[in-house]
Design a protein around this ligand. Structure first.
Ligand SMILES: CSC[C@H]1O[C@H](OP(=O)(O)O)[C@H](O)[C@@H]1O
Length: 390
């Protein structure tokens, strides 16, 4: 079975409800942008690239099932308003805002064409939204290729390495294959992976519920650790396990390389630096936001405290799981105040490379990332896997 977080056909969109994974596979049908907004906010679908794609496709479905004006400008205005609404579902990940901006340009250009009708604008939007699904998988395969090559070449640990990853950045966070988890898939496919370590990623447990699910599904050698074990893992098992890198995804990479990602990423970057292990961010260029100067300018989403103080799962009697009996239990003292930022920001100084679909961006001799060149070329133009000095 191929892991599909997003199932789309013209006029029909289904998302894999990730709050029920790994114990239950259930697809929610998305009929409108409102359905998508709530699915994204609830985190039934999550992951920066997947959020953008589900949002875009939800509007394509809504437009197909809505009686639209024949006047192109009126459809254009309808689309713009819906995209601006969808962007409010989660503020930190830039992919959604980036997709909305690009889709607005597509429909804006369509409206200007001679004799364009409302239906023509809808078709132009739908075609562009559907292309995002295809492009994302191709991007992730490029990320996997370049990331695997870079790690083996730069880690100095020979042809077989281990890596640690955080949160979920696989097929469940994208249209398929994954970003950081895509690098792990490529290492495994190349027979260059000794062991993949994944953190549980409190409080939503994207690691223990989703990444572990993907790694087991793909039969990739993997070990789950709690977030608090990461430093001990590198200290006690780093050399013997040939842990070459910590690879994470990203929700927004600022123009200077500061990176917003799942809470706990910053701690891992500090641990990597202390132990001389490479720290890599894997993200398509759509996650790099040149309009945000630095991490100080990134809005960090704060989520309800109940996501820390309660946990859900199937009932376990000590022998078997009762998947039909999902229970919620409290795991914190009543009345305690809770701080629950969904992301943190890792300074560029702690990042050794940003793995994109066209190559690995590294800091130049000035110690700074320069991403401008990343956007001057297309994937086919770059042959070497390192575009250092960008
Ligand atoms: C493919 S990178 C996905 C990125 O999104 C995750 O956040 P969330 O699960 O809250 O959507 C996490 O930060 C991942 O790195």
């Amino acid at each position: 079975m191929v892991l599909e977080a997003i199932k789309y056909e013209h006029g029909s969109l289904q998302i894999l409800d990730q709050l029920r994974l790994p114990y239950t596979t259930h697809y929610d049908t998305i009929y409108s942008s409102t359905d998508a907004w709530h699915a994204i906010r609830d985190m039934r679908t999550r992951g920066a690239p997947a959020i953008a794609i589900v949002a875009a496709l939800s509007l394509a479905v809504e437009l197909t099932n809505t009686k639209l004006s024949s006047i192109s400008e009126e459809v254009n205005i309808f689309i713009i308003e819906k995209l601006e609404y969808l962007v409010t579902s989660r503020p930190t990940a830039v992919n959604l805002a980036d997709a909305a901006k690009k889709l607005k340009v597509v429909v804006g250009e369509a409206v200007k064409r001679e004799g364009m009708t409302g239906e023509g604008v809808r078709e132009a939007y739908g075609k562009a939204a559907e292309q995002m699904l295809v492009d994302d998988v191709a991007d992730n395969e490029g990320i996997g290729k370049h990331g695997a090559e870079w790690i083996v070449r730069n880690a100095g640990l020979g042809e077989e390495v281990s890596v640690l990853t955080h949160c979920n950045t696989g097929s469940l966070a994208t249209a398929g294959y994954g970003t950081a988890l895509g690098v792990i898939r490529s290492l495994h496919a190349n027979k260059q992976l000794k062991q993949a370590y994944c953190t549980e990623t409190r409080p939503y447990n994207q690691g223990s519920r989703l990444t572990a699910f993907e790694l087991v599904h793909d039969e990739i050698p993997a070990t789950l650790i709690t977030d608090s074990m990461a430093a001990a893992l590198l200290k006690l098992k780093g050399p013997s396990e040939k842990i070459a890198a910590i690879i994470v995804g990203a929700d927004r990479v600022a123009a200077n390389g500061d990176t917003a990602n799942k809470i706990g990423t910053y701690s891992l970057a500090i641990i990597a630096k202390h132990h001389g292990v490479k720290f890599l961010v894997a993200a398509p260029r759509t996650t790099i936001d040149l309009t945000t100067a630095s991490g100080d300018d990134i809005v960090i989403e704060e989520r309800p405290g109940r996501e820390v103080s309660f946990i859900r799962g199937p009932k376990y009697d000590g022998v078997t799981l009762d998947r039909a009996a999902v229970e919620t239990i409290a795991i914190a003292a009543e009345g305690i105040d809770i701080w629950n930022p969904a992301f943190d920001v890792t300074p560029a100084a702690l990042i050794d490379g940003i793995i994109t679909e066209i190559g690995v961006a590294e800091k130049g001799s000035d110690g700074k990332f320069n991403f401008e060149k990343l956007f001057e070329v297309e994937a086919t133009d770059i042959k070497p896997s390192t575009v250092g000095g960008l």
